[in-house]
Design a protein around this ligand. Structure first.
Ligand SMILES: Cc1cc2nc3c(=O)[nH]c(=O)nc-3n(C[C@H](O)[C@H](O)[C@H](O)COP(=O)(O)O)c2cc1C
Length: 294
């Protein structure tokens, strides 16, 4: 009987193996274990790559929407009854050649991505250590600017800024009044500074303290900076100074540097110079640009 049982068992296993194939192999069979793992990997990778492909357009749209929301917020354009896209109709997107300070049509303003461009050899401008105040190594040849106008009058100009803090590169937008030298607002939409220390760059009250500050001194040099501690409001320098972030001297220094870089000669300096009607003598012979210029 025992022999018969053995014969029966081995017979049924063989039959099962032949009839059921792979899935009827015992669970501890090496071929089945590896096979199941491979099939699982294949299925998962197909699901993940399909999801990535299907969701990509939505991710891009959300990123653009977030960018627009940040630009509107720093420009002070807030209206809960309207969508971001409706509000953004008030904003004109242009692209500036940073070296000349002129608007350029060399790239499409709506789709131009200067962060991507700064990595492409054709659009990348390397910065020497002396030039690289913001610690970014290179910048794009062209940069986007966002204009808010009332008729033909330029009310605000918003420029993208980025630079290294302590732990990370901070990405943000600086809004200027139509005179292209008075700060109207600042926001940082991406950074990895420590919450409560360098992360206080997100503090709305601190951001509000930037309003009305002057970027350039009488000689036209970019001087706006974060000071250690509080600004002495009775000082004549107060118009060029912002309270430093407590316990975050290095992030504060990074923010000062990135602002001075982006409004300086290697950033938007030539453009802002022209917008404000040749603030500096070096631009006296250049024709001022208006928001409408092509
Ligand atoms: C966990 C930890 C996180 C920190 N994060 C920051 C930061 O985000 N930004 C910054 O400037 N300093 C940060 N610091 C402090 C710096 O290491 C450094 O001490 C500080 O910038 C000096 O500024 P203080 O003179 O205002 O203290 C951090 C320190 C520690 C221990």
């Amino acid at each position: 009987m025992r022999n018969k049982g053995k014969v029966m068992n081995s017979k049924s296993f063989n039959l099962a193996g032949k009839q059921g194939g792979f899935f009827h192999l015992p669970n501890d069979n090496m071929v089945k274990t590896i096979g199941v793992a491979l099939v699982l990997c294949l299925v998962c990778s197909v699901i993940v790559s399909t999801a990535a492909t299907v969701l990509k357009p939505r991710q891009v749209a959300n990123k653009q929407l977030d960018m627009k929301r940040n630009i509107l917020s720093v420009a002070g354009i807030i209206d809960d009854s309207k969508t971001v896209d409706e509000l953004f109709e008030q904003v004109e997107t242009r692209v500036v050649d940073l070296q000349t300070g002129e608007y350029t049509e060399a790239v499409d303003a709506q789709s131009y991505d200067q962060l991507k461009a700064s990595k492409e050899p054709a659009f990348r401008v390397e910065l020497s250590p002396e030039e690289d105040l913001a610690n970014i190594r290179a910048r794009a040849k062209y940069a986007s600017v966002y204009l808010v106008k009332s008729g033909n009058d330029l009310e605000k100009v918003i420029i993208p800024v980025k630079g290294y803090g302590l732990w990370s590169t901070l990405f943000g937008f600086l809004a200027l009044e139509g005179d292209a030298k008075t700060v109207s607002g600042i926001t940082f939409y991406d950074h990895k500074e420590t919450p409560g220390l360098g992360g206080e760059v997100d503090n709305k009250k601190w951001q509000a303290s930037w309003q009305g500050k002057q970027l350039f001194d009488q000689q036209g040099a970019a001087v706006l900076e974060l000071v250690k501690g509080k600004v002495d409001s009775s000082s004549s320098e107060a118009q060029y100074q912002i309270d430093g972030l407590a316990g975050a001297t290095l992030t504060s220094k990074g923010v000062s540097n990135l602002i001075q870089f982006w409004v300086g000669d290697n950033g938007f300096g030539p453009y802002l110079n022209k917008l404000s009607g040749d603030r500096r003598k070096s631009a006296l012979n250049s024709e001022p640009v208006t928001g409408n210029r092509g």
